[in-house]
Design a protein around this ligand. Sequence first.
Ligand code: AMP
Length: 611
Amino acid sequence: MATERVIGIDLGTTNSCVAIVEDGTPVVIPNRGGYKTTPSMVAIAENGKRLVGHIAKRQAITNAENTVHAAKRLIGRKWGSPAVKAAIETVPYRIVEGPHDDVRIMLRDQVFSIPEISAYILQEMKFIAEEYLGEEVVKSVVTVPAYFNDGQRQATKDAGRIAGLDVIRIINEPTAAALAYGFGRNIERKVAVYDLGGGTFDISVLEIGNGVFEVISTAGDTFLGGEDFDRRIIDWLVFGFHKEHKIDLRKDKMALQRLKDVAEKAKCELSSARETEINLPFIISTGKNEALHLQRTLTREKLEELTLDLVERTIQICKKTLEDADIDKKEIEDVILVGGMTRVPKVQEMCAEFFGMEPCKGVHPDEVVALGASIQGGALIDEQSDVLLLDVTPHSLGIMIVGGYFHKLIEQNTTVPTSKSHVFTTVKDNQTSVKILVLQGESERAEENELLGEFILTGLRRAPKGEVEVEVTFHISADGIVSVKAKDLETGLEQSITVTATSGLTEDEIRRMIDENKDYMMEVRSSQEFEKHRQAAEKILDEIEQLFPVVNEIISSSDFGRDAVKKARGVCERARSAIAAKDLAAVVDATEALTRTLNMFKGVVSKTRAG
Ligand code: AMP
C-alpha cells in the first residue's frame, strides 16, 4: 500500500536529491550506493536497457551519443529557442524536433520527449525513497527554478505523472532553500537566496517570520549555470588543441564527453586548489593513426578570467531584482548560497561583495532544496502545520492586443495563487469565436514574450458587434501554472476554450507515455524476478553436478539406483531448458524438483558416510 507521506524531490540539472520529514525532522535519503545525490543522467545501453543515475554516468564516455545529461535545460522549451540551438551545438546526444514545435531526444532508434527523460530521474528518486521506507510512495513535492515559466512547470508536472508520482505541489528552489534554512527556528528576518546550480540561476528575496515564508521578489536566468562554466573550459581546451594540432575535438563525440568530464572535474578542483592538471591521453588519433594526448595546466586565475562575465551576469540579476522590488541591500540580513556552483570562490567573493556581508555557512548547498521540498510536503498534508509559504509569479502574464502589444494582466512578483479577469467583446457582427493569445514576459512587444497558448472562445451567440461580452479569468496556481476560464456575461454560462500552440505534451501523449513506462517497468521487474530464480536454480544445479559422481558410485549398482540417477539427470535437463527458454514459471517449477533431487542426493551421501 502507498504511504500517505510526501517526499520532496530536487530535480536538478546535474544532480537530484530526495528527502522526507521523519519525526518532525527533514532528512535526505541516500541512494543504494550511499550517496545523498544522484546524477540526473539517463542512458540507453546497447541491449536497450534504460540506465539512470550513477550507472548512466559511469558509461557516459563510451556511450556518449545515447547518454542524456542536463535535460532540465531543455524541458518546456520551444524547438527554435536560443537555448535549444545552443544545446544542439554542444551536447553529444541527438536533439530532434518534436511534433508540437517542441524538443525530443533520440537515443539509439527511440525518440523520447524531455518530460519522459525527467520522469526516469524522478522515478529513480521515488525508488530510492521506497527502498528506504519499505513501502510505495506516490505523493511528492518537486522543485523547479523560480524563473521557470508556465511551459517549463507544466512539463515538470507531466514528468511527475509519467513517473507514477502525484506531484501535489511544484515549489521554487530558492523558496525551498529558505524553508529549510528557517524551519524550526524562531527568526524574523529578510533574506536573499542566491541559487546557482548546474543549469540555472535564481535569486529570491524573502521575509521570514513566525513560520511564514513570504517571497517578495524573484528573478533569474534558466540558461545560466555550471554547464556554462564547464563549456568555457572546454572551449579553451578545444581552442588550444586546434592551435597546436589543427584538429577540432568537438567533431569526436567520445572526445567531447571526455572533455566535459575533465572540465567539470577541473572546475570543482579549482574551488580548493590554485591550479590543476588536465590530462587526456589518447584523446584522438590523426589520419596517420598517430594518437594525440591533451595535457594542460589550468589555474584558478585563468578559470576566473574565462568565466568572470558569467558571475557578473548573476550579480546584475541580483541588482535588478532588488531594484524592481524596491529593496535596499542594507535591509537584507542574511544571504543563503544554494547550488553546487556556490562552492566556487569567485562566486562567494562577488556575492559577499555585492551584499556587503559574508554568506551564511549553515546550509548544505546540495541538500537544502530537497529538504525544503520535504518540509513543504509535510506541511501540505498536516492540518496542524504552522508553516505558510507565500510565493510569487516570476513573470508577468498578459494577452496580445491590437498592434502586437502586450497587455499585462498579472504583474511579475504578484503573490500566487492569483486570478485576474478581463472582459472581451466581439468586434464583428455575428462573430462566433474570439482568439486570445496568452503570453508571459516583460516586453511591451507581444512577440518578444513567451507564448503560452492560443485560447479560442467558441460558440458565441450571433449578435451585432460589441453586444456579446465574455469574461475571461486568468488564474495562476500555487504551482505557478496558468489556467484560463471564460464566462458569457449575459447568460452566466461557461464558455468552452480550446488551447492550441503550446509546446507541451497532449493528454493522449501523456497517457501513452504513462502506459509505456508502466509496461517497461513491468518488463524490468519480471526480468529481475527471472534473474533471481535463474541464479537460485543454477546454484542448486552446480551442487547436484558436484554430487553426481559420488551418488552414481554409491547407488548405480542397483536398478533402483540407476533409475534414480537417470531421473535426476532428467530434472537437471528440464531446469537447463527452462533457463534457456527464459520461462519464469518453468524455472520456478524446475527449482522445486532440483531441490528435491539435491536433498535426495545429500541423503544418500550422508547415509553412506554414517554407514
Ligand atoms: P546543482 O545543480 O546544485 O547540483 O549544482 C551542480 C553544479 O555545481 C555542477 O555544475 C557542478 O559541477 C557544480 N559543483 C559541484 N561541486 C562543485 C565544487 N566543489 N566546485 C565548483 N563547482 C561545483
